[in-house]
Write a protein that binds this ligand. Sequence first.
Ligand code: NAD
Length: 501
Amino acid sequence: MSPDGNITARTKSSPREIRSFINGDYVKSSGGKTFESRCPADDSLAAVVDEATREDVDRAVKAAHAALHGPWGRMDVAERAALLDRVADIITERVDEFADAEISDTGKLIGPTLKGEIPRGATQFRVFAEMARTGFQMAPIASETPMGNATNYPERAPKGVIAAICPWNLPFVLSTWKIAPALACGNTIVVKPSEETPVTATLLGDVMNAAGVPAGVYNVVNGYGPDSAGAFLVAHPGVNAITFTGETRTGAAIAAGAASGIKDVSLELGGKNPGVIFADCDFDKAVASVAAAVFHNCGQVCLCTERLYVERPIFNKFVEALKAKAEAMTPGDPRNPATTLSPLISLGHREKVLSYFEAARKDGATIVTGGGVPEMDEAFAGGAWVKPTIWTGLSEDSRVVKEEVFGPVCHIQPFDNEEEAIACANNSDYGLAATVWSADQNRARRVASQIEAGVVWVNGWMIRELRSPFGGFKKSGIGREGGEFSLDFYTEIRNVCVSDS
Ligand code: NAD
């Protein structure tokens, strides 16, 4: 810890010390237990983290309630929006510090972290500050009824204390995606970052203080899920709604906990996303974009493509071109701009990914490339590396084609007509994202409209406007967030009915 009690900068010999952030202060765990977060690029110790107890979570929720009914609840919308803009400004000023923290926790590549993910986290605050200024008004409804005439004024009110339970794959982007709309709508929040990636959400507490956000509005409790901070938060009676991003199985456990407390829940869950590539596509553009969709962040983005369906006339050429892209990727120091492949999040997750490599082998896959662990320099030999991997020849009911691997992998299968491609794309329990590639806009749009997924990109991937709706069909989630779609989750609607007589 630094003398003022904030998070220390990390060097290899001195990992960061991370505490919970409650009521505007960094506080030690009341239970005195800590856990470690390790950098997956080299398995070095990134942070020693205080594990929040049930009592710590209770303090955080009570602080959030006090702020809700205190200065934050009484604050004018314009003032609230100005504070959120200030939060964005300070993140921008401290972008290097946030990027360094995120890289230590995740092994992410410096370019996309510094120029993409951290600035996007700042942008979320600006987008929702602007919405708070302009977007909350609803049109009045005049009514003439046998009971009398009246004018109805529906208005949005904060939902209360929001619990945000976050994953490790895009820690800052996905936590700010919840924090910014929650605060813009006048709620207060308790964030539970992933145990793998506790640093940036905790660091944000310091930014909130520097911006002048009142104590208790933003709180962070660190820990695990079951029997730890995550479960304590879900069960706490003072939490009014839960926004969760993570695995489908975890989402089911959280939804069950939320149901018993009659808490609203927003679930952004797993995927097994298809890409449909027609023979008339812009081939080079499609290959380059699909390579990013499969291998970006080592395949650890919920929107990554793991199933590819390629029209038969270009199947072999496409497989060869994607193989060349995979084999050109260079793992290594995430802080070196020349590195193009990052590690998996942990050695534990690598075990899971390697078990899928084995399952593919047993199911008789043709391993086009990859399927193992790359040789690394001594400095990175302890990291959670795997080779970018492409399979062909598996049946649709192979585990590798059905289950989310969350690694730099894909299975490629040929198709012969539009109906077959659509049926294959929809042959999944999940429905988060998809891509369609064709020069024929009418066909691409027609196919896109038949795919069961929350977002379908045509001739692109990951072009994501923060104001557009985001969420999943089927087991990929419940609810939509993003722009004005976030308002329905983060607010309650009160109808004030004023009698005309
Ligand atoms: P995870 O479900 O293992 O963990 C997510 C969070 O939930 C962590 O903070 C964890 O501590 C907490 N948690 C676990 N069990 C809990 C419980 N019983 N009660 C309360 N909290 C609990 O997910 P992960 O491994 O961190 O993230 C990867 C998964 O997230 C993938 O499946 C990926 O597809 C999904 N994801 C989805 C989206 C989306 O927008 N749909 C975005 C990113 C990631």
